[in-house]
Design a protein around this ligand. Structure first.
Ligand code: SF4
Ligand code: SF4
Length: 271
C-alpha cells in the first residue's frame, strides 16, 4: 500500500469516480513494461479477490504461488498480507507482456490511477509522474479498470479496507495492552506486586526475596504472549481469506461475505 504525504504533489489534484474521464489510457502500453520490470517493493498488495483471480487464472493455489515465488507474504502497515514478488520484476511478465492480463491484480488494473479512501468510500486519483507514456488519452475510469461487476468490486474494496483497518486496530490494541501491562509489572511497588501475584495466581513462581526476577520474567512472558496472540490474529486472517481455497464455480463476493462473517466472529469471540 503506497502512502503519500500530499496527494497534490503526485497527482493532477483531482479526484475521480468511475464515470469520469481521466487521461490515463496508455493504449496497451505499446510495448512498455516498465511497471512490471521495476522493483516496486511490496506495493502490489493482493486482496482476496486478486487471489481468487490469480488462482483461477493460473490454476495454482495460494501455497503453490508462494512456493513458486510469484507472490510473498510481507509485513505491510503492521499486519501480514500477500503481495506480488517484484524484487526482480514480476514473474508473470513474459516477453514483455503480462501473461495473466485477464486475471491481473487490481493495482495493476488501476495503474497509473491510485485510490484514496474517504469516509464514504474511495475515490480515484491520477499519479502524474509514474507512467512514461506520452500524452495518454482520456478514458472513463470504469473502462480503464475494465473489471467484471465493478459495483460489486467497489463495494468489496471498501469492505476489505474497513476489515484491514479492524485487523490493524486489533493488533495495535494487543501490542499496546501488553506493553502497558509489562511496564506496570516492572514499575509497581513491591506491595502492589504481591497483590498482583495473588490475583494472577503466580504465588508458586514468586519469591518475595527476589521480586526483580519475577518482574523481569513476567514482563517478558506478557510480551511473548502478546506476540503469539498477534501472530494468531494474522494467521487467522491469512487462512480465512487466502489459504482456504475458494470454490471457483461459486460467486466470489458471496464466499467473501461468508468468510468475513466467520472471521470477524473468530477474532471477536475466539469461536
Ligand atoms: S501481474 Fe501482470 S501487470 Fe501486474 S506486475 Fe505482473 S506482469 Fe505486470
Ligand atoms: S510506465 Fe505507463 S506505459 Fe509503461 S508499463 Fe507502466 S503504465 Fe504502461
Amino acid at each position: 500500500m503506497l502512502r503519500y504525504e500530499n496527494i497534490n504533489d503526485i497527482s493532477d489534484g483531482k479526484l475521480y469516480i468511475q464515470d469520469d474521464l481521466v487521461n490515463c489510457d496508455t493504449e496497451g502500453c505499446k510495448g512498455c513494461s516498465k511497471c512490471c520490470k521495476s522493483d516496486m517493493g511490496k506495493s502490489i498488495v493482493l486482496t482476496p479477490y486478486d487471489m481468487y483471480q490469480l488462482c483461477k487464472g493460473t490454476g495454482k493455489n495460494f501455497d503453490k504461488l508462494l512456493v513458486d515465488m510469484f507472490i510473498e507474504l510481507s509485513m505491510i502497515d503492521g499486519i501480514i498480507l500477500p503481495n506480488m514478488k517484484m524484487d526482480e520484476g514480476c514473474k508473470f511478465l513474459e516477453n514483455g507482456r503480462c501473461s495473466i492480463h485477464a486475471y491481473r491484480p487490481g493495482i495493476c488494473r488501476l495503474f497509473p490511477l491510485g485510490r484514496i479512501y474517504e469516509k464514504d468510500g474511495f475515490r480515484y486519483f491520477l499519479q502524474t509522474s509514474e507512467c512514461v507514456a506520452e500524452n495518454p488519452k482520456p478514458i472513463k475510469v470504469q473502462d480503464w479498470i475494465n473489471i467484471e461487476e465493478l459495483d460489486k468490486n467497489t463495494a468489496f474494496i471498501n469492505k476489505w479496507h474497513r476489515f484491514i483497518k479492524f485487523e490493524q486496530k486489533k493488533v495495535k490494541e494487543i501490542q499496546e495492552m501488553a506493553t502497558n501491562l509489562s511496564k506496570r509489572v516492572i514499575e509497581m511497588s513491591d506491595k502492589d506486586l504481591e497483590d498482583y501475584v495473588t490475583i494472577v495466581g503466580d504465588s508458586d513462581i514468586y519469591s518475595p526475596e527476589n521480586p526483580k526476577a519475577y518482574r523481569e520474567e513476567k514482563s517478558k512472558t506478557i510480551l511473548e504472549n502478546a506476540q503469539q496472540e498477534v501472530k494468531d490474529v494474522m494467521k487467522t486472517v491469512i487462512a480465512f481469506f487466502y489459504l482456504d481455497e475458494y470454490d471457483m464455480d461459486k460467486d466470489f463476493y458471496l464466499q467473501l461475505d461468508e468468510r468475513m462473517k466467520k472471521c470477524l466472529k473468530r477474532l471477536r469471540t475466539g469461536a
